[in-house]
Design a protein around this ligand. Sequence first.
Ligand code: PLP
Length: 385
Amino acid sequence: MKTIYFDNNATTRIADEVFEEMRPYFCELYGNPSSMHTFGGQIGRKIRSSREQVAGLLGCDPIEIIFTSGGTESDNAAVKGTLAASPNKRKIITTRVEHPAVLAVCRDMENHGYTVVELPVDKQGHINLDQLEEQIDDDTALVTIMYANNETGVVFPIDKIAELVTGRGIVFHTDAVQAVGKIPLNLSKSNIDLLSLSGHKLHAPKGVGALYVRKGTRIQPFMLGGHQEAGKRAGTENVPGIVGLGVACELAAKDIEEESNRVKYLRDKLENAVLEKCPDARLNGDKENRLPNTSNISFEFIEGEAILLMLDKYGICASSGSACTSGSLEPSHVLRAMGVPFTAAHGSIRFSLSRYNTEEEVDYTIEKMPGIINRLRELSPFVTK
Ligand code: PLP
């Protein structure tokens, strides 16, 4: 049975072009970029060119890119590195809908005497900018707000938020793990100080990512050791991963508008048909300001996990929340923060598409969904017949 993969916010397949470029860096070009010999030196040059490719996608200077092990490390480094660089300030402002890679670190900082403000969101998944402004004070070291939500795809007005926050001695970080490669970003026209991205969300391998650090932003290194990454992130570089990330960024930059329109067409076709054909289904999150690939739909009175299992029988992969929270019976913290009723939050499914999905796959899923939902409703103890 063919696999239909609609779980691209969890992870993506490596693009063929990315894999081919990485291949020689395992067994042939395996030198250490810090070595004095020519064999290692050529690797250093390749890393420089990968850095340029990443910077090209983001519209920043290559020296502002630090390679990391992924989104989680970039988020941790941004939060902890900023706080360490501003020891006299004790307040962090974030949102209730961040990924655990940000929320868990912020909450941990509470154990170290920091005040953490988690801004609420409305039904659409948006924060209130007046509330954000009210919370900003002289004690605020960091504001960290995600670019796009991993569960709903809701895109925050990050450039506007960055403008509001910066220029007051406060660092502004955004977790852009889900946005990079899916929507165009231009850091040369933004006030963002720090931005996290992850390779495996944009057709590069797992275990590589980057942190953008605007020139002049005060941040203490998170990983201590050798002098790699201009002393900002110690540890021998994940060369094949970095090479892969560079190519993936170049590929994404090449046709981001065209690809995002094509993926949006498929997502909308799937979403509209499911909402139309399945009774008591509702879309979660702002319909307009959303990633082009993501659709989060709640089906009242049934379990998301049961829908996933039935989809799985047809070879269709989706998700009932973020990859990190599924496996727990708690409804998603994102949907709860948006006030999605308990009965609907439990029955939520996320479809997340990529450039590799086809219309045929969408049509097949549209054909299967109503039968799955009707069957589960018949079995549901919450539905009165
Ligand atoms: N931030 C967001 C918004 C994510 O969706 C994820 C992964 O799902 C992460 C951070 C963590 O990234 P990584 O898996 O590269 O550590």
